[in-house]
Design a protein around this ligand. Structure first.
Ligand code: NAD
Length: 263
């Protein structure tokens, strides 16, 4: 039987783990498995709320306000993690902005402001690289580590209509896949795995604020598994990528979207 403490002695940083999103669910699951977790988010109070919930349930958590696009801020997060917990074993690059992806009606690429396109790349791609760069030194010194990047099924589909009018977001999530493959090749010889998860549309607070329930149900009916997704539907795959069970895979993307197919 699997131990409930499969992350005992491990320290994990989860970016974008403010309360109400997928990152908070990953932090909860890692802490339940015995990990010390750093709940990092640009929204400090939301990070505090996630960390307080974990501590109240008996887990080990520290909140950290961070802007993943700012190298000094990311380095400070890593240093504080080492100071507090002494090591870093797991990084989940979950922080992201979705912006136009979540706006209804969405915006065509020829109307998208340059600043917005660039901001989405900066948070979703550059931010993931900066965090990976910052944790790599400690992981290498420890002899290994696990980096999990968060992509999206939008970057994988062959259907050209599903990612329509989501140019900035879809491009960034494809960039995350390229980043995953590039880092995996370089980090592998040092015992660090780099994999990605590509969720489909999932009920989180952010999604709930921007996509109405009817549209969520329509999307669910486009999946082989015809029900809406919730954070718990994604957590198991991410925990697999964080755990020793995935120690011999790297550079891979696991899509968790209920078998999304557009008609
Ligand atoms: N929910 C979905 O339908 C879905 C589908 C596919 C992929 N994803 C991906 O899963 C992840 C989580 O999505 P979510 O639905 O929980 O959204 P969310 O908005 O709750 O989570 C994103 C978090 O990132 C934080 N963030 C934004 N910019 C930041 C920065 N510069 N520095 C640090 N933190 C920053 C936000 O404050 C937020 O808490 C994202 O990477 C998203 O792209 C979500």
């Amino acid at each position: 039987m699997e131990s409930t403490e499969r992350f005992a002695g491990r320290t994990a940083i989860i970016t974008g783990a403010g309360i109400g999103g997928l990152g908070a669910a990953y932090a909860d699951a890692l802490a339940s498995g015995g990990a010390s977790v750093v709940v990092a988010d640009i929204r400090g109070p939301q990070a505090e709320a996630t960390a307080e919930g974990i501590s109240a349930a008996g887990g080990k958590a520290m909140a950290q306000e961070v802007d993943v696009t700012d190298e000094a801020s990311v380095d400070a997060m890593v240093q504080r993690t080492i100071d507090r917990f002494g090591r870093i074993d797991i990084l989940i690059n979950n922080a992201a902005v979705m912006f136009r992806f979540l706006d209804e009606p969405r915006t065509a690429f020829w109307e998208l402001p340059l600043a917005e396109f660039e901001l989405v790349q900066r948070v979703n791609v550059t931010g993931s690289w900066l965090c990976a760069k910052a944790v790599f030194g400690p992981m290498k010194r420890q002899g290994g580590g696990k980096i999990v990047n968060v992509s999206s099924n939008m970057a994988l589909g062959t259907d050209l209509m599903w990612p329509a009018q989501m140019a900035a977001y879809t491009t960034s999530k494809a960039g995350v896949i390229g980043l995953t493959r590039a880092l995996a090749g370089e980090a592998g010889p040092h015992g660090v795995t780099v994999n990605a998860v590509a969720p489909g549309v999932t009920n989180t607070e952010t999604v709930g604020e921007h996509i109405d329930p009817d549209r969520m149900e329509t999307l669910a009916q486009s999946q082989a598994l015809r029900r809406q997704a919730w954070p718990d539907d994604i957590v198991g795959t991410v925990m697999f990528l964080c755990s020793p069970d995935s120690d011999f895979m790297t550079g891979q993307v696991l899509c968790v979207d209920g078998g999304f197919v557009t008609h």
